[in-house]
Design a protein around this ligand. Structure first.
Ligand SMILES: *Cc1c(COP(=O)(O)O)cnc(C)c1O
Length: 415
């Protein structure tokens, strides 16, 4: 019960420092369900404004899908609100088993274990099956939750330069003496929208007797011909040893995550993974909602096809308008602005135009790599994107950035 004023001052000055560095994160209050168009109060206290949403992970537009909502309602009535237990005490329902089997079938894996989130899956998985005789070799740009999970594990750790296969090969050679070599990567990297070259990674894993781990949170449900994720895109479906992914993005967007892959690894997670053993089970409405999502995705590729069409339209439109767009195939489309202040000014002007995007800058992305990250959804349609594109053009024109390349933007605005 002691919070001395000296400590309050220390904390207060840390907060001021965050503000002074321009790194303070302001939340925007949404007054509607998650969708392509949302009602936003920003800044706090301002009148609520209707905007086009270009920054959610709602890739398949399933976050507020009527069938998903109905399935969640039914489970609420039939299985209750919550289980007040971890899985292994009295928190496992038949629908949890059903969802784990459905995820294995969808991902083409041997077995699956649910976690409260993918953050928790990544926090628990490494410690569950690796020890000090093993080595984790991870891409330098993996998600923060993987970095944390690796820190909790006793394995030796090493990294390779982002997507650099020569460097990975060198590291695999170096660590031939270890029991397990685990290559760790994101499937799609969230800031650049680029994909890990899983075909090459799997070849190297074969050649150097290594296991492969992929976090496919920004891919499951829509990357690959039938949405099975980056392993399908690269023709290595069924070949990845450990996949983690989230139910909190394309797959309905509520909450939940999983580890899916070799059945022994999954079983070890059930015995040892601390976020599984010591955190509450997924709530029944979320489990039923996720089951409905997988049913929708298994019956038709219409949503991922629509997303692909929207993404192609958007990439082409921005490029033709004269923006610098990071190349790639995923629905994460970064508009490069390089300068941090410029990224904030452009995001603010777009919001005034009714377009909701966020400007990212250091330390979320490397210094001098500031950008607006746009994300497409199957909920968008071409007329909506045309309107958004016009707004981008007006704002780009205002700041005099249309037609400038990287060098031009940096010369005009600095890094
Ligand atoms: C979003 C994300 C996570 C975290 O998922 P949650 O289920 O929200 O905890 C983990 N890994 C990657 C790569 C992500 O993009």
């Amino acid at each position: 019960m002691a919070y001395p004023s000296a400590i309050r001052e220390v904390h207060g000055s840390q907060l001021s420092e965050i503000r002074e560095q321009g790194l303070y994160k302001e939340e925007r209050y949404i007054h509607s369900p998650q969708s392509a168009r949302i009602q936003v109060e920003y800044p706090s206290g301002a009148a609520v404004k209707a905007v086009v949403n270009l920054c959610a992970n709602n890739y398949l537009g399933l976050s507020s899908h009527p069938d998903v909502i109905q399935a969640a309602h039914a489970a609420l009535d039939e299985r209750g609100y919550g289980l007040s237990s971890v899985r292994f005490i009295c928190g496992t329902q038949d629908i949890h088993r059903e969802l784990e089997a459905a995820l294995s079938a969808f991902l083409g894996t041997e077995d699956t274990i649910l976690f409260p989130s993918c953050m928790d899956a990544n926090a628990g998985v490494f410690e569950a099956f690796l020890g000090s005789e093993d080595v984790i070799i991870s891409d330098r740009l993996v998600h923060a939750s993987i970095v944390d999970g690796i820190r909790l594990c006793k394995a030796v750790t090493d990294t390779y330069k982002h997507a650099n296969m020569k460097h990975l090969e060198q590291k695999l050679e170096e660590h031939q003496g270890k029991r397990v070599r685990l290559i760790v990567t994101d499937g799609v990297f969230s800031m650049d929208g680029d994909m890990a070259p899983l075909d090459e990674i799997c070849s190297l894993a074969d050649a150097y007797d290594a296991m492969v781990f992929v976090d496919d949170s920004h891919a499951t449900g829509f990357i690959g011909r039938t949405g099975r994720g980056t392993p399908e895109h690269f023709g290595v479906l069924g070949g990845i040893d450990v996949i983690t992914t989230t139910l909190g993005k394309a797959l309905g967007g509520a909450a939940g995550g999983c580890v899916s892959g070799r059945k022994e690894v999954v079983e070890l997670c059930r015995q040892r993974a601390r976020p599984y053993l010591f955190s509450n089970t997924m709530a029944p409405p979320l489990v039923a909602g996720a089951l409905k999502v997988l049913e929708i995705l298994s019956s038709s590729t219409a949503r991922r096809d629509k997303l692909e069409e929207n993404t192609e339209f958007w990439r082409r439109g921005l490029t033709e308008a004269g923006f610098v767009v990071k190349q790639g195939e995923s629905p994460i489309v970064p508009v490069m602005l390089y300068n941090a202040r410029l990224s904030q000014d452009v995001a603010r002007d777009l919001f005034a135009e009714g377009i909701y995007v966020i400007g990212f800058f250091f330390p979320v992305v490397p210094q001098g790599q500031a950008r607006i990250r746009t994300q497409l959804s199957a909920d968008h349609d071409i007329p909506l994107l045309e309107k958004a594109l016009e707004a981008f053009e007006r704002v780009g024109e205002k700041h005099g950035i249309l037609g400038l390349d990287k060098k031009g933007i940096i010369e005009k605005f600095g890094m």
